[in-house]
Design a protein around this ligand. Structure first.
Ligand code: ZN
Length: 241
């Protein structure tokens, strides 16, 4: 059965920066959608849409939400962030890309500053697979390279990932945990580092493979949300002397 995938993009750089518009004429969200090798119905949602495109109806049907944001994290309304957060806890998958490390939703789910080092200097990035058995690494070699990317360096202020899939090395010498898996409630969260807006990263075959694998990994598992709170005994509790 097809997964319902919603791709959320801030969609500001493409409208204001000619370099970015030339690389992503239809928006970063369209390039991500083109690269999805998944049986999926894709919905686009952007910051300037009504309710940022994340209405109750859209969120309710979304199996996996992909998130790209950068310059306008603060314009994302808290009430929408709260709804996305609830949907993750109830089982919706969330894939946070690149500068989404500073999005309200990622910081809320992580509970840390999510800060890092960065540099825009055309560093080569080598993304190493450090968890070869992980489904998100399926079909990749031992590593893949992006000829030019923004550098993100440690320390990355996140909770220790439940599973670490990728570590990136940069030409300038830094390393970074660039593929991090978490569970939060019934939901799965994957952070994937590459994707600075001035590089054609979302056309890269390996990057597209990772995002496709991550969508499949983050898809909800078929189970009910747990019951919390006061609980009746499953069988009689014997009277104690
Ligand atoms: Zn960037």
């Amino acid at each position: 059965m097809a997964l319902n995938v919603t791709i959320w993009n801030e969609h500001r750089h493409e409208k204001k920066n000619e370099t970015v518009a030339a690389i992503y004429p239809k928006g970063i969200h369209a390039a991500i959608a083109e690269g999805l090798d998944v049986d999926a119905e894709v919905t686009f949602a952007t910051l300037d849409d009504e309710e940022h495109g994340l209405t109750d109806a859209v969120l309710e049907k979304t199996d996996v939400l992909i998130w790209w944001g950068h310059v306008a994290h603060n314009e994302v309304k808290d009430e929408i962030v709260a709804k996305v957060h609830q949907r993750v806890l109830k089982g919706m998958g969330l894939i946070v890309l690149h500068s989404g490390h500073f999005s309200k939703i990622f910081k809320k789910l992580m509970g840390t500053s999510c800060d890092l080092k960065w540099r825009e200097a055309d560093d080569k990035e080598r993304v190493w697979v450090v968890n070869p058995a992980h489904p998100i690494a399926a079909g990749l070699g031992e590593y893949f390279e992006l000829p030019k990317e923004e550098m993100y360096g440690e320390h990355f202020d996140i909770p220790a990932p439940d599973e670490l899939v990728f570590v990136s090395w940069f030409e300038g010498g830094e390393v970074f945990r660039s593929g991090c898996c978490y569970t939060r409630g019934n939901g799965k969260v994957f952070y994937f580092r590459p994707g600075h807006e001035t590089y054609p990263t979302y056309y890269d075959a390996n990057v597209r493979k990772v995002i496709s694998n991550a969508v499949k990994w983050a898809a909800p598992v078929d189970r009910a949300y747990p019951t919390y709170g006061n609980a009746k005994p499953l069988e009689p509790i014997s009277e104690k002397a």
